[in-house]
Structures are given as structure tokens and as C-alpha cells.
Design a binder for this molecule. Sequence first.
Ligand code: PGA
Length: 268
Amino acid sequence: MPEPLRELSTRAGRVRVFESALAASSAAADRLVEVIRKSVASRGRAVIGLATGGSPINVYRRLVELHVQGELRWDDVISYNLDEYYPVAPGDPHSYRAYMQKHLFDAVKPAANRAHLFDGTVPESFANEQAAGFDRWIAADGGLDLQLLGIGRNGHIGFNEPDDAPLAEALARPSRLERLHPITLEDAARDFGGDESRVPRRALTIGTATILAARSVIVLAFGAQKSEALARAHGGAMTSATPASLLQSIADRVTWYLDPAAASGLAD
Ligand code: PGA
């Protein structure tokens, strides 16, 4: 098991800095497996919130390896994905559904009614209703045992984007259709052949209320481009302008898995 180079506690949680993104991902995958095992042992299932994007790819690669080696059973895992572009065509290779198939689900083969992803094809007038359904389903499943998160350069978590809402509102956002922030669109362009005009302007996202109710949270962040957002999330005030800072409200349940470049702005 990879050991961290550096560990610190901040107002946003426990921070573990590894020598590389790969080492951090491997440690995060081990933690995920441990939560799955414990949850299945204690209540017969594990309810896990999954993320997409560049950051979790090596976590999923490791989970697939462990599954192939017979060290990770997926049978009792119920998963909810954090977000999906809206609108998105069925089978669109840019959809997060396609991402999950490719990086995890083709290998672990969740049962048909156990891997929940937002449907980016629903009529617009029902998009928020669908999202609200996810909050109810997760609550009915007993809440999330673990939420896996990345963080945007603008400090977003899921597609809870920065804004100037009062703190109480920012902490209690339902799952919903959200308009994407300019920095999110810029970063997402990489997945659309570098052409920002092809990125959907909106997305469905799990809201902060459900994320912050999770019994544990893992945040992955790698590379110098994340260091400023991390410095604000860990060292700044809790604010809707940096959604990741809202994790300060549940710091005792949050572990950050970082590489040295991402952690470069964090004070010991
Ligand atoms: P990334 O995105 O993993 O592709 O860097 C993280 C995020 O925007 O939440």
C-alpha cells in the first residue's frame, strides 16, 4: 500500500500527499475497497457516489485490477454518479455514462438496477424532477457510505459551480440542472476535441446537500492547475464562491488524496 510523503490536517479535512497521482489513486482505491467491504459487512450493501473526469481514471483502473484479482466484489455496490451533461444524446461518447462504461462498469458489471446515472436525454421540464429523484433514492438507500469527488480549477464539486449565494443556501442545494461556469466549459473543451463550442452549456448534478450528508468523502486532485482552488478550499473561509470549501462543514469525514503539485499551496 503506498504511503503518503506528507500528511496534514486543515479546516477542510485530512490531507494525504503522495509522491505521484498514481500512488495517490492507488491509496484512494484501497480506501474505497475498505469502505465497500465494511459497509457490505455491516448493512449488506455499499452506497457509493462516483465521479468522472481525469482525476478518478487511475482509481477506476486499480478497482478493475482488484476486481479481476478477486479482491473486490461489486455485487452489493449501489452507485450514484455525480453528474451528467445536459442535454446529451443516448450513447454519446462524451457522456459520463459512456465514461463509466469504459472505465469501470464494463469490467465490474453492476446489476441492471444498481448503477444510477442521470439521464441527459429527459425533457427539459423534467430535468430537475429527475435530479430531485436522485436525492430521494440516495436517502432511501440509507445515504452515501462514500462520495468520491474531484475538484474543478474554479473550486466546483460535481457541477455545483461557484456563485454568491448565502452560505446556508450553498450548503443545502438539491440535485438539479446547473449552468456550467466559464472555467468549467474551458476545461471540458479538452474532452470535445478542444472545441469549447461543442461542450453542453448545462449539466445535471448531485447537490451539496446530498454530498455533505455522505458518511465519508474522498477528494482527488492532481497537478499544479488545482493548487489555487485547493489553497482556497483549505485555507480560506467557507463560501459559495469556492464550493469545495463547503467540505469544511464536514471536515472530520473528508480525506484529500493529492500529489505534491496540487498540494503546493497548502501550509502545514
Ligand atoms: P478533472 O475534473 O478530474 O477532469 O480534473 C475535476 C472536476 O472538475 O471536478
